[in-house]
Design a protein. Structure first.
Ligand code: IYR
Length: 222
């Protein structure tokens, strides 16, 4: 029963050993996730994408406004249109806009303006950030911390995809304004990430890179 809009937290204490086991198992599982650019064309059922979106949508958000729209595209013509538009921008980015300091860190990752993943992957999931909401009085009001909220939602979506045995890539064509037009989204929605989702290609490759150690990413003050 809700009292003043609050209900008891549904929470169970776990035995200490189980806490450790779960922590270790999750790290191992998350650490096995890799971003690949090489997708198989094999189909993925819509239900799996729906579930991953619902996982993303469990994210905490500023004032609980849940300021995200996930647009999931499997239509081949639409994917081709998105790829063509992305490649047009990316060609300019790679040849004219990208400063040398940027090229230097991208070079080992083997990225370029060719975006096969946008037509190979069975699904392209585009995450739109909502900068405005409709108030009860019908007027438009702002959303809060929408970038942070959508970043968290993206992380949860990515983990859900990995957990179900699929792969994804966080692709950021820049600028991304074309996605609003192609996908017919309203002006207060801003494309943040394009995430192709599918199975990896049989010969999928990933860069030979490693992750930072704990000491390089964390400071403990006890
Ligand atoms: N948006 C371009 C370039 C790019 C930028 C970064 I930072 C990356 O980590 C990878 C790519 C692209 O998607 O190719």
């Amino acid at each position: 029963m809700s009292v003043d809009g609050f209900i008891p937290l549904d929470w169970n204490q776990l035995p200490k050993q189980e806490m450790e086991e779960r922590a270790n198992a999750l790290f191992q599982q998350m650490n096995s996730r890799r971003t690949t650019r090489h997708f198989s064309k094999e189909k993925v059922p819509r239900e799996l994408i729906e579930k991953a979106i619902m996982c993303g949508s469990t994210a905490p958000s500023g004032a609980h406004l849940q300021p995200w729209t996930f647009v999931a595209v499997s239509n081949s013509e639409m994917k081709s249109k998105m790829r063509n538009a992305a490649e047009l921008e990316e060609k300019k980015t790679y040849t004219e806009r990208m400063p040398e300091a940027w090229q230097e860190v991208l070079q080992p990752l083997g990225t370029d303006a060719v975006k096969e993943h946008m037509t190979d992957a069975p699904w392209l999931v585009v995450l739109f950030r909502q900068s405005k909401r409709v108030r009860e009085n019908g007027e438009q009001g702002p959303t809060y911390y929408s970038t942070e909220s959508c970043g968290i939602a993206a992380g949860m979506f990515i983990h859900a995809i990995h957990n179900m045995g699929l792969v994804t890539l966080t692709h950021t064509p820049s600028p991304m304004g074309f996605l609003r037009e192609i996908l017919d989204r309203p002006n207060h929605e801003h494309a943040m990430l394009v995430m192709p989702v599918g199975y990896p290609a049989d010969d999928a490759k990933v860069p030979d890179i490693s992750r930072k150690e704990l000491a390089d990413v964390a400071v403990f003050l006890e």
